[in-house]
Design a binder for this molecule. Sequence first.
Ligand code: FA5
Length: 333
Amino acid sequence: IVAKAQGEIAAAQSSAELDGIRVKYLGKKGEITLLMKQMGALSKEERPAFGQAVNAARKAVEETLAQAIEKIAKKENEEKLAAERIDVTLPGRKQALGALHPLTQVYREVRDIFLSMGFDVTEGPEVELDRYNFELLNIPKDHPARDMQDTFYVSEDVVLRTHTSPVQVRTMLSQKPPIRMVCPGRVFRTDDVDATHSPVFMQMEGLVVGKNIRFSDLKGTINTFIRNFYGEHVKTKFRPGFFPFTEPSAEVDVTCTVCGGKGCGACKGAGMIEVLGCGLVNPVVLENCGIDPNEYSGFAFGLGIDRLANTKYGITDIRLLYENDARFLRQFV
Ligand code: FA5
């Protein structure tokens, strides 16, 4: 038996196999264990010699097994270490670092300029009451001015806001003058998509209400902002415009940064690009919002953050800002 067991032990390749051999010879029903149990059937004289022989056999098998287990465990451990070995010469995996989206970068820059001029920052909801988006801004139902902003209706009385101007209304309804705030946010229009129009874009509203606020205050504020944002070399042009909620109203163009004013594809040859609408708050709107127009006056503006981003960085297509193409975004890291 011992010779057979030792032969099997020598041939074993793994600790699992060795364990099988241990059970086969030394386990509860193992060959050597069974021999031990047969002892009862022997005569008294025969027992000691038989017992000694079986014990010697057990010991021999146990020792051979122990040696083999140690050897194989060492071998298995070495194999495991070899398999898990780290190749320190492999180049590392590059971690892709995220960065702020160019729109967010431009928005923060614009916001910081107004913060430095003493404006507060507020926000309003993207899903807005028709009353705040239009009616209190002097755009009644069926008024032709509604066609200026093609609207996504949620229900008869609820819209996706078409501009940030409803936040003016919310602010005037909840705060007494003096008011000096800007309000950034997404706005929505059923505009057809082209290089300068997107159905979702970002605006920032500005509102100042106080005593003796005049058009010159508006002009000074806008010019200060534009020079801070683009640099001293950029010129502004205030063109007469129309908004039902401001009177008088203006649209502001800035020198096209792509061609420097000579005229190119980005500005459709005009040399200038419109970036915002503004004006003195219409007294009707002040009154709608519970502010006495005889005591207070104000100005407001709404600028397109996308247009500011495009003109500043010479981006010729607004769609690039929404497609999240990494090759485009990587330029703004
Ligand atoms: C307005 O939305 C007015 N609420 C702005 C205003 C506020 C005037 C306060 C007076 C007082 P307008 O529709 O022109 O105005 O839009 C303002 C700016 O948003 C535009 O100058 C332009 O920069 C940007 N804009 C308008 N439509 C789009 C569009 N589809 N995609 C990207 N930008 C747009």
